[in-house]
Design a protein. Structure first.
Length: 328
């Protein structure tokens, strides 16, 4: 009987969830259950009964007129077809996202850690390194560029993996019944793991500045404060790694379930933001360069970027609010 219910869920999966469709779905379920019970009383096996029920009631187009769904199916035929995501595809998408998250997180970690050795060795610029003046700085630069190069390689690899699917940008897909149940269960199981990673990451961020604060209070030599900066970057790198892996795994579930930033409304807001940003940010760049070159005050013209970011958020938010009011 569970097989019949699952089959029915998949039959109605692409239809809108309005009152007429839900009524027709309930009516068809009752018809299928009655037929199944009748066949079982006749002595049919489980598989035989299910097979006969599905063959008799499994074509929605043939039953559309009796169920009052003719107009609904006609409208659905006129709309672009939606891709149906199976359980296997959903699992592959989640695993693909998880693998990419570790590559991206490792790349960001390398970028954050890349200047640590340079900072530490440059703090003792007056001393030779392996008998070479400024050898420490040179070694630090080599390590920095090497780590950044590896990070870029990881970003490119993760981008290739993520581009296998376009579900994050294209919302025209549906999960079948099995896939939907699996993803919801996985999301529930992941909540505690995600909360743990975020909690540890926040704690690391808070305590990352403790060495610098304590060394500042103790008024130690300046090069020791630089070591505190190294500890801060090292700790923050771990925290960001946890944030990215936790966040991207959760985003995989939200993409499939169309929740959070991946609802239809959120996608529309994102498209509007891209439209505004297409001409907004080039204008900001022109203003920044003109102001900087004409005044030569590069040391404070950077303030335009956080101000521009705040203004952009305000503009896109206002546009979304006005669009919502017009729609309602």
């Amino acid at each position: 009987m569970e097989t019949i219910r699952t089959y029915l869920e998949n039959m109605f999966m692409t239809l809108p969830k309005n009152r007429d469709v839900l009524r027709a779905k309930e009516e068809l379920l009752n018809m299928m259950e009655d037929k199944y019970s009748e066949l079982k009383k006749e002595g049919r096996t489980e598989n035989e009964a299910v097979g006969i029920v599905i063959s008799e009631f499994g074509n929605l187009n043939e039953l559309a007129e009796d169920l009052g769904l003719s107009d609904t199916l006609k409208r659905m035929d006129d709309e672009p077809k939606r891709t149906v995501i199976s359980l296997e595809t959903a699992k592959d998408f989640i695993q693909n996202h998880i693998k990419a998250s570790y590559k991206i997180a490792t790349g960001v970690l390398l970028c954050i850690w890349s200047p640590i050795l340079l900072i530490l060795l440059s703090s003792r610029y007056d001393e030779s390194f392996f008998g070479v003046k400024n050898g420490g700085t040179a070694l630090g630069m080599v390590v920095l560029f090497t780590m950044v190069a590896f990070a870029i390689g990881l970003f490119i690899m993760s981008g290739v993996e993520l581009n296998r699917y376009e579900l994050a940008t294209d919302g025209r897909f549906l999960l079948d019944h099995e896939a939907s149940s699996h993803v919801r269960a996985e999301e529930d199981r992941n909540k505690m793991s995600m909360a743990t990673k975020i909690t540890i990451g926040v704690i690391l961020c808070i305590f990352s500045s403790v060495p610098i604060i304590m060394l500042g209070i103790l008024e130690v030599e300046e090069y020791l404060l630089v070591y505190g900066v190294g500890v801060l970057l090292f700790t923050v790198g771990f925290a960001v790694f946890l944030f990215i892996t936790a966040g991207m795994r959760q985003s995989a579930y939200q993409i499939l379930l169309k929740k959070g930033d991946y609802t239809e409304e959120a996608r529309n807001r994102s498209k509007k933001a891209e439209l505004i940003g297409g001409f907004y940010w080039p204008i900001i760049v022109i203003i920044y360069l003109y102001w900087s070159f004409t005044t030569g005050n590069w040391h404070y013209t950077w303030i335009i970027w956080p101000l521009a970011g705040l203004l952009f958020a305000a503009v896109t938010g206002l546009w979304a609010l006005m669009s919502k009011d017009r729609t309602s």
